[in-house]
Design a protein around this ligand. Sequence first.
Ligand code: MN
Length: 192
Amino acid sequence: MFEMMALPYETTALVPYVTEETINYHYGKHYKTYVDNLNKLITGTEFENLPLIEIIKKTYGKPEYQGIFNNAGQVFNHEFYWKSMSPQPTEPSEELKNRIVQDFGSMEKLLEAMKNAAVSQFGSGWAWLVDNNGKLEVMKTANADTPVAHGIKPLLNIDVWEHAYYLDYQNRRADYLDEFLKHLVNWKFASE
Ligand code: MN
């Protein structure tokens, strides 16, 4: 059985960029539902006692396990998202800074690539900074898909499902992304 991850900050900590109302729905209802559904779906199956990432890898691309994959992927993606945000300003480590310059040219170019990926994800999904075999890359995934299903290591993510921003920004996904990239990114977490 999986338990909900404790939110690493208060529900009001990300105001004004993410409001308490959004966190209450997003963490307290959407994320909770993914955890509850995953537990229901794996009870009594071969997946019951496996670590989350193993469940994701074993159910990826298998139509008969689509429901388990969707909920397991969303549990992983949301837990990564809670950790990808920080109420306090953070800085990337020297090592991460150097790798960003090496692989993207500059921090500004990375932020631009993250925003482009997040804006251009059609429908629901996620934007990611990942380490793909030693090279930093930006990627986007649809719905519950996740880099760990493909053996790629995530460093940061941004939820671009409408439930992540609609109460605060309505249809203005780009505005949510501007505030997220400017004020919320947890570079300390990405560096680790
Ligand atoms: Mn979400």
